[in-house]
Ligand binder design. Structure first.
Ligand code: GLU
Length: 424
């Protein structure tokens, strides 16, 4: 059984480490830890039986020192305020590390979206966005997809905003369908970024990624595209799992075939896939003897109990916050390299920024240009973090994880902006 730790407490523990590296005061730490605004909304939906049901949603705006708030919105029955607060803080660091002119925010609705039909989903999306409309805007806060939301959700968000304000601001949400100002690169950009970063790390560790074995936990948007791009780069994806369990093949899977199969199955899960050596539980996937582990589902799956059992040498965090700080300490001592979420999965928000710029200019960009920009930015970020980690924190074999380096660069930029504005 996977234990659920309190994500905001975990995020604050990470910030403590960063504060001590940067020599920040207690007041500065508090100013960085505390969100600027928390909006809670009640979202009514007329259900198929005609009864009105109310759901609770949040938008947490963590920090705007660097620019308008930016971050996704997730739909999940497990979502709670603490989780959204942690995710909002991580967005601040992610956007800062990538050098984007954005602060950090996150939204969530406590709902199991798989239990809603299309009409109910449309209502919950429009009513949620309508409720948070006073707090969002192209220069204020720009939501985007996250767990269980997609371009269709963004189209409903956009329509609710236009309906309520009477203004057509395409840049108020990103990750939109192509017909509404989205980019066709956005759907796969997080996965492309994770694969780019995994390859860069594999080059440092082994000289390349060819033939390296990979286990992927989560087969949603991030997990699937990461698997696809890693397989294209010559890595061997030997294990894949989703919420119901996983599959293993020592020969490696063709992720596109697995995806095609489970899509055809309707609500199919990877355990239904036929061409497998054996079926495995989620926990077994995390502890497989592979070169690279990509947690691409939710936070806190690599718990302190699991830490000692992990056998991968490289962990690339596709999900946000998958490794608990205690587990990370154990893994660092074991010499495992963890490429942190705020670096590894920043491809999504980087592409969001390209989309937002494009919308504001009323311009256009080709798929190749957008992809090249993404890969360049992520490679530069990786190199900057690796260099800081090696030169300032002892690198591999030292006492600090790569997250400490990434967060130090990110938090330092936010601190400098806050100082310039007289906020600390
Ligand atoms: N939800 C994604 C993330 O966690 C993307 C956010 C965005 O594009 O604003 O980074």
């Amino acid at each position: 059984m996977i234990s659920r730790l309190d994500p905001y407490e975990e995020a604050k523990k990470q910030l403590r480490v960063t504060s001590s590296i940067l020599g920040l005061s207690e007041e500065e730490y508090e100013a960085l830890a505390t969100p600027e605004r928390i909006v809670q909304v009640k979202v009514p939906v007329i259900m198929r039986d005609g009864k009105v049901k109310h759901f609770v949603g949040w938008r947490v705006q963590h920090n705007s020192a660097l620019g308008p708030y930016k971050g996704g919105v997730r739909y999940s029955s497990e979502t709670n305020l603490s989780e959204v607060m942690a995710l909002a803080m991580w967005m601040t660091w992610k956007n800062s590390l990538a050098g984007l002119p954005y602060g950090g925010a996150k939204g969530g609705i406590q709902v199991d979206p798989f239990k809603l039909n299309q009409l109910e989903l449309m209502q919950i999306s429009k009513n949620y966005f309508s409720a948070i409309t006073p707090f969002v805007g192209v220069d204020l806060d720009i939501p985007a997809p996250d767990v269980n939301t997609n371009p269709q959700t963004m189209a409903w968000f956009l329509e609710a905003y236009e309906e309520r304000t009477g203004r057509m601001e395409l840049g108020v949400v990103t990750g939109k369908p192509v017909e509404l100002g989205g980019l066709n690169t956005r759907i796969y950009s997080t996965g492309l970024g994770v694969a780019t970063i995994a390859e860069a790390a594999a080059k440092k560790l082994w000289g390349g990624i060819e033939g390296r074995t990979v286990a992927i936990q989560g087969f949603g948007n991030v997990g699937y595209y990461t698997a696809k791009f890693l397989a294209e780069r010559g890595a061997k994806v030997v294990a894949i799992s989703d919420i119901k369990g996983g599959i293993y093949s020592s020969k490696g899977f063709d992720p596109e075939k697995v995806k095609e199969f489970i899509t055809k199955q309707g609500s199919g899960f990877v355990i239904d896939y036929q061409n497998v050596e054996r079926r495995i539980a989620n926990e077994e996937l995390l502890t497989l003897d592979v070169d690279i582990l990509v947690p691409a589902a939710v936070e806190n799956v690599i718990t302190p109990e699991l830490g000692p059992k992990i056998r991968a040498k490289l962990i690339v965090e596709g999900a946000n916050g998958p490794t608990s700080p205690e587990a990370e300490e154990i893994l660092v001592k074991k010499g495992v390299v963890i490429v942190p979420d705020i670096l590894a999965n920043s491809g999504g928000v980087i592409m969001s920024h390209i989309e937002w710029v494009n919308n504001r200019m009323g311009g256009w960009i080709t798929e190749d240009e957008a992809k090249a920009k993404l890969i360049q930015k992520m490679t530069d970020s990786f190199n900057a973090v690796w260099e800081f980690w090696e030169k300032r924190l002892g690198g591999l074999g030292g006492a600090y994880s790569m997250r400490a380096a990434a967060q130090a660069i990110a938090v330092d930029r936010v601190v400098r902006a806050m100082k310039l504005k007289g906020l600390i």
